[in-house]
Design a binder for this molecule. Structure first.
Ligand SMILES: [Zn+2]
Length: 309
């Protein structure tokens, strides 16, 4: 992919040089699309999470999963984004389950597709679990981005807001356990012949922790990883972003497997003391552990990345 991209840019530069030689001024590069950075409101994202958590738990295959999906489709529409619930059956350990993805589509002014995504289901088998950070945080930031981008997006690529069901596995991650929604969307893109359209898949997962320490999985697209770090630096938040020590299996992986550029913004240090992750998958994953500031930082980092995509 990368050598081809270099070749394409090289040819474009040659054509521009030839055009200049014939007396025609080279066309200036298109200006990056303006994004409403100042409008991104972490308090609103936090409020979105608070409302969404009324539907808890949201285990895949339960009535609450469908309620959550319908809620998200309605929330996207309320923000002015066309949205649909997509139901699909997939094998799970011991049988099959109906899953519900939600896709919101915001048109672009040109070609290409950027997918902003998060899962919305909860890990099953945890008494009292609401999943404020896992999965409410990604949901809240996506809805806030939908709110501010719907009336303002002027960039070339279409933006999809994708909410995945069935990220959590029941027993162990495998081809038929976990990552159901993301695998389904990746397969849909392949089947539709749209893989070359996708500029980026940006996944948000567990990004609301008051003590924000984004641990970017190294299994991600190199250019997108660099864009995340650049955007974080522009936000003055570079110290809160680093690379995870090893790969992380999350909803970005099916897109990587399909050859699409994907990156996962995840903070996998979510606990009662620095370095601990002891709130993860426990009833302690509650709204009071999150902060509007962290959510706003993530939202603004994603917005800055959009100007480069
Ligand atoms: Zn989880």
């Amino acid at each position: 992919m990368k050598p081809d991209a270099v070749l394409v840019y090289g040819c474009a530069a040659l054509i521009l040089a030839l055009a200049a030689g014939c007396g025609a001024p080279p066309a200036p590069p298109p200006a990056p699309p303006a994004v409403p950075l100042a409008a991104c409101d972490g308090a609103r994202a936090l409020a979105e999470i608070r409302s969404f958590l009324a539907i808890s738990p949201r285990d895949a295959g339960t009535p609450n999963a469908q309620r959550a999906a319908d809620y998200l489709a309605g929330a996207l529409r309320a923000h002015g984004v066309a949205a649909e619930r997509q139901d699909f059956a997939d094998a799970v350990p011991g049988g099959a389950t109906i899953f519900h993805n939600v896709i919101g589509r915001l048109p672009g002014r040109g070609a290409g597709l950027v997918i902003l995504c998060a899962h919305f289901d909860t890990k099953s088998g945890i008494p009292g679990f609401v999943g404020a950070n896992d999965s409410g945080s990604g949901v809240g930031v996506l809805l806030e981005l939908a709110r501010i981008l719907a009336p303002t997006w002027q960039g070339a690529p279409e933006i999809w807001f994708a909410f995945f069901d069935g990220e959590e596995c029941r027993t162990d991650y495998g081809p038929h356990d976990g990552l159901h929604g993301s695998r389904h969307l990746a397969q849909q893109l392949v089947a539709a012949g749209r893989t070359n359209d996708v500029h980026a898949v940006i996944l948000l997962d567990m990004i609301g922790d008051r003590d924000l320490t984004v641990t970017l999985p190294p299994n991600g697209d190199a250019r997108l990883l660099a864009l995340v770090l650049d955007a974080a630096a522009q936000e003055g938040a570079r110290a809160k972003f680093g690379l995870a020590p090893g790969p992380v299996l999350d909803d970005h992986q099916p897109f990587l497997d399909a050859g699409l550029p994907a990156v996962d913004l995840i903070d996998f240090i979510y606990g009662s003391a620095p370095g601990l992750n002891d709130y993860w998958h426990t009833e302690a994953d509650t709204l009071d552990k999150l902060s509007a500031e962290s959510l706003q930082t993530i939202g603004r980092v994603v917005l800055r990345m959009l100007t480069e995509l």
